[in-house]
Design a protein around this ligand. Sequence first.
Ligand SMILES: Cc1cc2nc3c(=O)[nH]c(=O)nc-3n(C[C@H](O)[C@H](O)[C@H](O)COP(=O)(O)OP(=O)(O)OC[C@H]3O[C@@H](n4cnc5c(N)ncnc54)[C@H](O)[C@@H]3O)c2cc1C
Length: 409
Amino acid sequence: MNIIKTDVVVVGGGIVGAAIACGLSLGGIQTVLVEGRAPQREWEEGLADLRVSALTQASKNILENLSCWQGIEKRSVTPYREMKIWDCAANGALHFDGADVGGDILGHIVENRVTVASLWDALEQNESATIICPARVTALDNGKERARLVLDDGRVVEAELVVAADGRESMVRTMAGISVNGWEYDHSGLVATVRPEKPHNEICYQRFLADGGILAFLPINDGTCSIVWSTERGHAKELLALDEGAFLKALTEASDGLLGEIKEVGDRAAFPLRLQYASHYSKGRVVLAGDAAHALHPLAGQGANQGLLDSGSLIELLLEAHKEGRPLASQHALRRYERWRKSDNYMMMGAMDGLKKVYGVSFPPFEQLRSLGMNFIDKTLPVKNQFSRYAMGEHHDMPLLSKGGLAGI
Ligand SMILES: Cc1cc2nc3c(=O)[nH]c(=O)nc-3n(C[C@H](O)[C@H](O)[C@H](O)COP(=O)(O)OP(=O)(O)OC[C@H]3O[C@@H](n4cnc5c(N)ncnc54)[C@H](O)[C@@H]3O)c2cc1C
């Protein structure tokens, strides 16, 4: 039997898993990354990919400290300077500007495939990292002495610690016996890349629609926009089934012509939205990160950002343990990680869920009140700037990687 022995095995090479594998191996921990599907590393020029993320300054710092931001810049990245949000049921509006909080920009829009390809490039440069791909994990023995993973090609990986970064449907989480709680939203998130008539001027737009839907336009540097249209599941299905002309007309109407007529659309896809959180972040030798630990509503685009903060925190605690010669799967490190990240992730999930509910109410007096609140925040600079800083990723207890480099650990 082919047995691969290592310190840590990370399952899932998406943004979160690849970032963790990068950070641990940079710090000298022998790390194996197992990924079921080879990510796209090259592509022809054309419309941006369907999956993009609005990354905060904190996420940028983490990626920079993992030596992968340069690769992102080489491929494609769009800074956004402002964010305009409004409630079309009444006249509430909010306008965030990087300049108000002493910066030039609020964050960056990056295609997920760009982030993953750049992280994999960085990983391949690292002698302490081994990538096994394509291979899926099919069985887990969460043993007392070591954890053992069986892969679908017959290989076995033995490690001190297993990091489950295998997404929302995490099989490793299920095999470890960690339960999840949460609920389905009646919405799907429809994503597409579109070309509007007017320039986006590097502004993100978010419109709370009268039917309870939420429509976001994220700017891409070739003049296109990536959209996330969160809408009732049946409506999302209808929108996917429309021919291109009818879809462009529906989108132009829903956006109230804010960027003029929408002229072109690429592929469309819709993801059912769900709030989900794991009851525990670790069990035995298994620890969860990213969507495997928490999935939230994408209305403020924070899923990948929260996952990168998980990555930064876990890397920091494991490198600390490694430096002090403590076991990597010690309860000391894993419980600290859980306490650290659970509260921040709960707060973000609660905020997103609360916003989704508040904007789902269509009762005119409540809509008026909601808009008054929005306009009040917009005019009260200290409160508004607090929101800006939080949206830019400045939480109260940030991992070192989101500020300084690995040298600080
Ligand atoms: C419509 C929509 C819009 C969004 N917009 C934003 C945004 O603007 N900003 C933001 O921050 N977030 C956004 N998010 C959320 C964000 O995309 C996710 O939170 C993030 O991609 C999760 O990353 P991850 O690495 O945890 O999981 P994933 O990206 O799901 O990666 C998991 C990986 O594990 C692999 N895998 C799974 N099972 C196995 C197995 N058994 N063996 C081996 N490999 C396995 C998979 O192939 C995959 O590569 C959005 C989400 C949605 C649905």
